[in-house]
Write a protein that binds this ligand. Structure first.
Ligand SMILES: [Mg+2]
Length: 233
């Protein structure tokens, strides 16, 4: 059985007005001057930094500033909590319902803290659609967090599937899938959903259309089941 596992930010929800702005405003309180959003996105996406607290820290250091990490997290959280209502849903509930109706196990692997994940899923009525969710708080060791493939491994093992498709939006997602294949070995395809950030990434499938994504996922997940019947273990 092949599962479909989703990234959240940039895939299920547009965070340009929340997390990206929270990085900018937090960095600005430490630097005392304006930080262009372009620079933030360049640092986040070119360096494949998944955790937005780490991105904020990197932005501050890149611009010659300094910050206490715990204080940074505190300020970031305050600012994000004011901006989180600006998040816009990207993928519709219908897509997830269609995949569930086809019997496809669904998961989430995200760098969001648990509280932020619960917030976004409840806000858009998506909280009952995923069989397994793995967030940043589920992985205690910071070195094993996304883009390390451990969270993906955890999700796949709890789902109890022997292959999966991961839908992500940036190079941290691609890195995670690639390293997963090397370390854990189960076949995992990478789908690049590029609605929000138009990056050029090698992927098994790329699209910015929900309709194309639905067709591909339904097809690939059932192809895997046919394969199992043709080649019994
Ligand atoms: Mg993302």
């Amino acid at each position: 059985m092949r599962a479909v596992i989703f990234d959240v930010d940039g895939v299920i929800v547009d965070v340009r007005e929340s997390y990206h702005l929270a990085i900018k405003r937090t960095a600005e309180t430490f630097l005392g001057r304006e930080v262009p959003l372009d620079l933030i996105r360049r640092i986040k996406f070119s360096k494949a930094i998944n955790n937005d607290w780490d991105v904020t820290y990197k932005v501050i250091r890149t611009l010659g500033g300094e910050a206490d990490y715990d204080l940074l997290v505190e300020r970031f959280t305050e600012i994000y909590n004011k901006l989180k209502f600006k998040e816009v849903q990207i993928l519709s509930k219908d897509l997830f319902l269609d995949l569930r109706s086809a019997g496809i196990p669904l998961g989430i692997v995200t760098g969001r803290p648990k509280e932020d994940l619960r917030f976004v899923l409840e806000r858009f009525g998506l909280e009952d659609l995923f069989d397994v969710t793995v967030d940043e708080d589920d992985v205690v060791d910071k070195n094993l967090r996304k883009p390390h493939p451990f969270p993906l491994h955890l999700c796949i093992e709890i789902l109890g599937v022997d292959s999966a498709i991961y839908v992500g939006d940036n190079s941290a997602d691609l890195d995670m899938v690639r390293t997963y294949r090397k370390i854990y070995g189960k076949p995992v395809k990478f789908v690049h959903f590029k609605r929000v950030v138009d990056l050029d990434l090698p992927a098994d499938f790329s699209t910015d259309s929900e309709e194309e994504l639905r067709t591909y996922l339904l097809q690939e997940a059932s192809r895997s089941r046919e394969g199992e019947r043709v080649y019994p273990p």
